[in-house]
Design a protein around this ligand. Sequence first.
Ligand code: HEM
Length: 492
Amino acid sequence: MTDTSTATAASVPLAPRALPLLGHALPLLRDPLAFIMSLSDYREMVRVRLGPSTAMMICDPDLTRQVFLNDRVFDKGGPIYDRIREVIGDGLSTCPYPLHRRQRRLCQPSFHPTRLAGYGAVFARAAEVKAGSWRDGDVLDITQEMMTLTTRATMETMFSGSLPAETMRRALADTSTIVTAFFRRMMTPALLRRVPTPRKRRYDQARNRLSATIAEIIAERRADPTDHADLLSTLVAAVDEESQDGQKQLSDTELADEALTFFLGGMETTAITLAWALHLLATNPDVQHRLRAETHQVLAGGKVDPAHLPSLDLAARVVTETLRLYPPAWMMTRAVRQDTELGGVRLKGGSTIVLSPYLLHRRADLYPEPDRFDPDRWLGGQPDRAAYIPFGAGARKCIGDQFALTEAILALTAIVARWELTPVGDQPFEPKVETSLSSRGLRLRISERRTSGTGDAGLHAATPRSAPAQPSTPAHPSTPPGAGGCPVKHEE
Ligand code: HEM
């Protein structure tokens, strides 16, 4: 029963500058990050208006965690997921609570640590090939480069063997069109979304073609049930022993939805994480220098290999810090399924909740000097599980977190071992805010690494910080990281 001593949602402050009819849609479209950060002074919650509907934006880490952990009441839904569902149906990331547990049980074996070892070898090989394809002095569209790298690696881990070049090219172009269109479609009122503009036609075509490509691959695989030791084989073979309704395996439609979910969910997020990491290294040459020393020491002149992962400590912290500063999923939404209470406020069933890793990750009271790239802030401390949420939390936490981290750390190592990265021009590069925090348009110059690296600085900061790096939120206990590797571990 709802606690009658709680406040009503209407008593929660409304963010300033709401326009009649449009609400906050304009500042959200014009400069979403500035708008989101302008809300960080509201310590717990603030109301935001998107056209006629109002959403409750959560600004506090503990309340955010409560939302994540109660996925029955705070279910997947709201404007972001409604748009994503248009493309991937009721796949694992979009399906509502009643469908979720079965799907998660069926998909989990594909991400089992024993499978991850095999995927790691694919990632390492793909990264070496990509790093080997560049020339000294090249100026690279680094996001595009990372997209082709992760598309290739994702395709290979999912569907084994390399697909025809034309299929790859088409899948990449279609994915790019779809993910770029998501955010605008999310902000556009339903009636306008149906207007057949050239942009909508391109979006529809890309969506249909990508679905057809995936369906084609699945049909071929059903016809040849050999275990290819890839993600798709594991999905095809997965059996849910706990199934109550006799549906122990994924149907063809479900398989296609899941394959599309993994493909869209994993490829772009990991690519932009890598692009941001390379940008941060290019603009922080001291960290790049230290990372090169690490790669030199660990690789000892050889190629990167998954066996190196436990020793790639700085590379892991660079990825952790990149995901803090540029969490690809910068905003998530939830639909409140029934009347409930959160942080002393009554919420009605049917209302919308907005969560933002970007906002939490840049709160100065949670992270000292929040805008500074400082991988050493993670030395000796595991990220706080409420204040650091690039992969979400609870039952809906990213199923591909270790997959992505493995891929990112290996790729970063292969690239930095070989290339020196420098910014192009002296203008700061700003994110393109879409459904993801995109690095689209980012260019970096690469030059051949000329120093041997043996005389490089140590792997930790050359100048000790005045205080040892703290786990970022004193309010929450932290546990030490495992030996090397990424400090981000599974929690549940
Ligand atoms: C750096 C890379 C990645 C980031 C930052 C990321 C982020 C996230 C986040 C924040 C969520 C939770 C969304 C929410 O609660 O609303 C999520 C869920 C999910 N992610 Fe990722 N992701 C990444 C890579 C991947 C990869 C590589 C895959 C698959 C190959 C993947 C597949 C999924 C799926 C299927 C879900 C839904 C899980 C469920 O609801 O049970 N992600 N991801």
